[in-house]
Write a protein that binds this ligand. Structure first.
Ligand code: NI
Length: 391
């Protein structure tokens, strides 16, 4: 057993107690007051000081190594989801309407454990580590709050690394993927304007419903004809609002949808093509069209070099057989992507399933149970990675 894993074994019970305490008291996005207090109190106990930034909830801590060097940022998120927990666990949520069904309690605990161990390895570290306990990931806004606090400007990390639970992988394993990791999430609203009139006299009107219907189907040709077959993109128009009566041609139609891509190039392509198809499609039928494209979070695209270093770190601590390659990106989104607009970096998955069928439920399911080995696999990977990077 190497020195890092020995420390993990020593602190196992403490970490489990912290995780169960956070799990028992889940808090929604930007309301992580109890969790923030617990994190700050725990960091103080480990002798790790806070960064000089103001965050409404969440915390950032700074560990200075014995010698100067690079700065890296390790991130965990800490918020829960607005739902009731039905796991039946003895430490299930005691906060009505809040549940840690995305495993952010595991992430927070893994980073606290990593911080504890790294603080004891200070003498070996050349550089600085920022431990970021980010609020409000579930609303995809917390990372912007952190950026707005000036943390990146002030401490200038060279890279950022984050982790997330993954029930598709067994507890105690780590999953990595170079390149596309999670999807961007943008929204689009298309207003097609015609000229209303009597349903019996369409030639005296410009029918926006017919135009919008054409546009709606033509938009899917962007996926089938413009996006490369081995690339991925999703365009779903989930809302289509038109008309008030069967014999009335309305003045306008509004469609609203979501756009997901896994590369920055395809994201730009989608916006451009949606505008072209909608505007020209409307024009062809005498209507006009307004496209409002709202950028949400970008895709998480993992840096090759950082991912390779994570892979090596995880293999060194857990064994090469415990490090798995994720074959496909997830079409879910992560606001960690905003950090990767500022600095290179990567995310990795920590497996959370075991023989208990409840551990194989999907994330955000009210009954999901997480294999707690994920805490130790995550912490060990963080620690080994940071120690090697700042050698
Ligand atoms: Ni999550």
């Amino acid at each position: 057993m190497d020195a890092i894993w020995q420390k993990i074994e020593n602190y196992r019970e403490d970490a489990l107690a912290i995780r169960r305490e956070i799990h028992r008291h889940p808090e929604l996005s930007m309301e992580e007051f109890h969790t923030t207090a617990l994190v700050k109190e725990t960091l103080a106990k480990y002798g790790i000081g806070l960064a000089d930034v103001e965050l409404p909830t969440g915390a950032a801590a700074i560990l200075e190594g014995a010698a100067p060097g690079k700065t890296i940022l390790l991130r965990a998120d800490m918020d829960a989801l607005p739902m009731e927990e039905k796991s039946g666990l003895p430490f299930a949520s005691e906060n009505p309407g809040a549940c840690h069904s995305c495993g952010h309690d595991i992430h927070t605990t893994a980073l606290l454990l990593a911080a504890r161990i790294l603080s004891e390895m200070r003498e070996q570290l050349h550089g600085r580590i920022i431990f970021l306990f980010q609020p409000a990931e579930e609303k995809l806004g917390g990372s912007q709050t952190v950026i707005d606090s000036g943390l990146f400007k002030k401490y200038q990390p060279e890279i950022a690394v984050g982790l997330h639970c993954w029930p598709d992988l067994p507890g105690g394993t780590v999953g990595v993927r170079k390149g596309p990791f999670m999807a961007s999430s943008d929204s689009v609203k298309i207003t097609v304007r015609g000229r209303g009139g009597h349903g019996a006299h369409p030639h005296k009107s410009i029918d926006p419903i017919t135009a919008a219907a054409y546009i709606l189907t033509e938009l899917q040709t962007i996926i089938s004809r413009s996006v490369a077959p081995l690339d991925s993109a999703v365009l779903t128009m989930g809302k289509f609002t038109a008309g008030t009566a069967a014999n009335v041609i309305p003045d306008e139609v509004v469609m609203e949808g979501t756009v997901r891509t896994v590369t920055h190039e395809t994201r730009a392509l989608m916006e451009e093509k949606i505008r072209t198809v909608a505007e020209h499609g409307a024009l062809a039928l005498g209507a006009s069209c307004e496209v409002e494209y709202k950028k949400g979070v970008p895709a998480v695209v993992c840096d090759y070099g950082v991912t390779e270093q994570l892979e090596r770190a995880a293999a060194a601590e857990l064994g090469a057989d415990k490090v798995l390659t994720l074959e496909t990106p997830s079409m879910g989104s992560e606001d960690f992507a905003r950090y990767l607009e500022l600095v290179p970096g990567a995310m990795f998955r920590i497996g959370t399933s075991n023989e208990n069928p409840a551990t194989r439920l999907p994330l955000h399911n009210s009954g999901i149970v997480f294999d707690e080995e994920a805490i130790f696999a995550g912490a060990a990977t963080f620690v080994r990675f940071a120690a090697e990077y700042l050698k």
